[in-house]
Design a protein around this ligand. Sequence first.
Ligand code: 8ID
Ligand code: ZN
Length: 350
Amino acid sequence: MSIPTEQWAQVVEATGQQPVYKKIPVGKPGPNEVLVNIKYSGVCHTDLHAMLGDWPLATKLPLVGGHEGAGVVVARGELVKDVAIGDHVGVKWINGSCLSCSFCRQMDEPLCGEATLSGYTVDGSFQQYCIANADHVARIPKEVSLEAVSPVLCAGITVYKGLKESGARPGQYVAIVGAGGGLGNMAIQYAKAMGLHVIAIDGGDEKRDNTLSLGAKTFVDFTKSKDVVADVKAATPDGHGPQAVILLAVNEKPFQQASQYVRPHGTVVCIGLPPNAFLKAAVFETVIRMVTIKGSYVGNRQDTAEAIDFFARGLIKAPYKVVGLSELSKVYELMHAGKVVGRYVVDTSK
Ligand code: 8ID
Ligand code: ZN
């Protein structure tokens, strides 16, 4: 397999400015790394946060974004034993971690102080050849479509983990806030596959039709509802609200609302990362209703394998649109305007 010395990439040269589509050198993998020929990469709202620089954590610069990269291994370092050239793998948000700290030892690799982040602290998948730590690349079965599986590599893993963290059991109700977006569409499908009833919350008729067609039982339109709290509670059979709330919106308001409609003894799982936002819940109601509010951050290597297995079994069908890597800026503009329904996937050959 011949590896070119140059490749096409989308490079953020200055924070807050659109990336530049240009040719850059192809890197060489270190001893425990692989070089992945990225075929497709999903575009996550996190990539837009990285480009805008709106989180309290600086990115590397210049930066190649992207962390839902699906491709084929074309080279490997001399210490890599269990990933072969030709294997299909995924470059996910956690690019590498130390594997020896107390967090890594207990499968909390995302909490590792040494973790590197694809498309944030190291270059990611908006390029044709991406370097990733061999211990952390997601293993993708060869019969699985690389374009369809790419959004699983962040969106799928993250919402699957969040649903597990919620403790909701089959037959119970879960509210998904931001259900019409990339993580939201995946969350509806994973929740359904896990035997949960879904209340979808988002705005506009296109997202209503999309979420209902994916299997949500009820849609609450936050742009039209006069009382979101009452409408979400009314969507459960006894009116006491859903057992779990999965917050995926990039907006502070629903983070303040969720504890009001979650069922007593239920759990609010915060996943979306709106900039400069705070959680606020009434202490009195939180105590006497025994509400749990927690954060959930991507997933570990086991969550990754499980999320891909759900997909490989045909249980997860979330819509996506494919555009060329050269068109990434257009995707960011649509996403910034809240106009992306489901996910965009970029094809690195165009
Ligand atoms: O590990 C993590 N915690 C993790 C992993 C991956 C992504 C966190 N994220 C974060 C992203 O950085 C981003 O902040 O999750 C958030 C959602 O990512 P996404 O799904 O990729 O974004 P999107 O496709 O733009 O979807 C967001 C949806 O939220 C809706 C929008 O209409 C859109 O469909 N929304 C908003 I903005 N305000 C809402 C509101 N008040 C709302 N839906 C309901 N109520
Ligand atoms: Zn992501």
